[in-house]
Ligand binder design. Sequence first.
Ligand code: FES
Ligand SMILES: [Fe+2]
Length: 371
Amino acid sequence: MTELETTQRQTPDSLMLYGFWYRALPSDQVGRKRLHKTMLLETPLAIGRDRQGLPFALHDACPHRGMPLSHGWFNGQRVECSYHGWQFDSHTGQCQLVPSLTADQKLRVDRIYAGSYPCEERDDYIWVYIPEPGPTGAGFTKAVDPPMPAPRVPTFSDKYKIAHLSAELPCTVDHGIIGLMDPAHGPFVHQAWWWRSRHSIHEKQKNFEPIPNGFRMSAHTPSANSAPYKLLRLYADVDSITTAIDFVLPNLRFETIHAGKYWFSSLTTVTPITRDHCRIDVVAAWNIFRWVPFGPSLLKFVFAKFVEQDRQTMERQSEGLKHNPHLMLIDDADRPAKWYFQLKAAHLEAKRSGAEIKHPMTGPVTLKWRS
Ligand code: FES
Ligand SMILES: [Fe+2]
């Protein structure tokens, strides 16, 4: 094979995948009194909580003349548009009142809907299901029923701690995601005296296998120079430590580490906000440091440091990407990124044709790289 074939040129297509659940806002940012403006996949949303504390998500544009509903009033049950006072049920989006109507006018207000989206609260986040966009000009109807529940962080005991953090990334969701699964940037981006230097770089070999809508870095003993490993070997027999990482469409990265009876689990998502802006959210749960008073803050500190290093890198990268350079993905270090693009294409093709998704991997694969 020639050099050119192995370093296939590739530019991310930055298509956003509809028909999935996405993390919208951390739970603690959404109180009961007001509507919170946010955006997912270029879809403006007004998010709130009813009197019982149940979250809801409405399209942030009134179906009458497009006024953002987030400028309106909310009484714990109905949302009132600030322009002509139309009122909508906060959960279904169904219109309840059009104040300008006279007694003899027979407009069926119950047929009018503000767009509403399925909403679930999981692991300190409000998740919103974003369906395929409807035909333009058709108005809104009832929200669709999502085909699956919102994802959650896997947990392995009754008692555990949980923490989350997020960072905005000025790049397309594709760059955010491939940055997340890229093993070769570690020694250069994530240097710190207490963790590793670029001199600790060494050859690694990892096994990957296909899973539904994604791929798994099979359970293995973590690399000797990885942070979780360094922490965990203080607690458990080195041989009992295993870790597995799953990537699942559209944007989910699950990492699970077991060390005897201790475990650490995280779900990281990269969420498209607009075509060229995304957000990374990490939720981690663990039963490891529960008895160490500073444990959670230590873990959060380590995580925040990593995420900040990635954010800074992507901010700099976005300067270069502005001018649309040709990009390349090389073997083996960029193979997971290639699988991601292939999975995405296969998903879109399956949706177009109505056939089963054709997984780009036919079986287990071993990849080698230095990091
Ligand atoms: S724009 Fe909302 S009621 Fe008219
Ligand atoms: Fe990173």
